[in-house]
Design a protein around this ligand. Structure first.
Ligand code: ADP
Ligand code: MG
Length: 241
């Protein structure tokens, strides 16, 4: 049994077959990078893991052998964290409360514990001095680092990223990728949808290519870049590299 397994996952939006028989597995501390053209199903796949898309037409996701589909949402959100393209911070809450509040609601941590942990995380991403600010007062890169802290505060076993840098101005991409690199180095298990191929080359355990709702290729970075087996993957790489 692998740490995470997707078994022949199919998902429809009405009659549209968005995910077509996706099977993939990985181990703890692995980083699975997912790339592919727009509309290929990357977001749908990653959101389906966390039950934000769905329900599945068939198939299942297993985390340490447990079916995510039948896991209570509270457990699911605690164990599987998500970082979105557009940060999705609570605009009316300070940075500190954005990170502390979910800990209190979901984990029932005391205010003191939640704040202590939030401050520790902010320090880790270099934002200690922004705790009292509101999201709108931060740059995109800073907001995304706060969103990562909010996810980490749940101490997830798996962290999902859906194009975490693609809404950022170019000069802010690096600071977010650096936080993700630090996380990977610390052993965090991650699924990352991204077209940042430098990140993928350096950190991915495997890179998967989605096309038309199918996972048409999956290989370690060296093989993925040097000898893509499928013509479709080769064309995609030619476009973005
Ligand atoms: P990607 O993230 O790879 O760009 P998506 O997963 O967002 O692709 O979308 C995959 C396909 O599913 C697209 O054709 C998209 O239009 C369709 N789709 C996504 N979400 C919905 C939805 N809620 N209802 C209907 N179709 C959807
Ligand atoms: Mg997407």
């Amino acid at each position: 049994m692998a740490f995470f397994e997707a078994h022949d996952v199919n998902l429809h939006f009405k009659s549209f077959h968005a995910l077509r028989g996706i099977s993939v597995s990985f181990e703890k501390s692995d980083v699975l990078v997912i790339c592919g053209p727009s509309g290929s199903g990357k977001s749908t796949f990653i959101r389906a893991i966390n039950k934000l898309a769905g329900p599945l037409s068939s198939g299942r996701f297993l985390l340490e052998g447990q079916d995510l589909g039948s896991m209570p949402r509270r457990d699911l959100y605690r164990r599987v964290g998500m970082v979105f393209q557009r940060f999705n911070l609570f605009q009316h809450l300070t940075v500190l409360d954005n990170i502390a509040l979910p800990q209190r609601r979901v984990l029932r941590r005391s205010r003191k514990d939640a704040i202590e942990r939030a401050m520790g995380l902010l320090k880790r991403v270099g934002l200690s001095d922004k705790a009292a600010r509101y999201p709108a007062q931060l740059s995109g890169g800073q907001q995304q680092r706060v969103a990562i802290c909010r996810a980490l505060a749940m101490e997830p076993e798996l962290l999902l990223f859906d194009e975490p840098t693609s809404a950022l101005d170019p000069e802010m991409v690096g600071e977010v990728l650096q936080v993700m690199k630090d996380l990977a180095a610390a052993g965090m298990t991650m699924v990352v949808v991204t077209h940042e191929m430098g990140f993928a080359k350096e950190l991915a355990t495997e890179i998967a290519f989605l096309d038309g709702g199918q996972m048409v290729e999956k290989a370690p970075p060296s093989a993925f870049f040097s000898q893509p087996r499928r013509e479709r993957t080769r064309m995609f790489l030619d476009q973005i590299l």
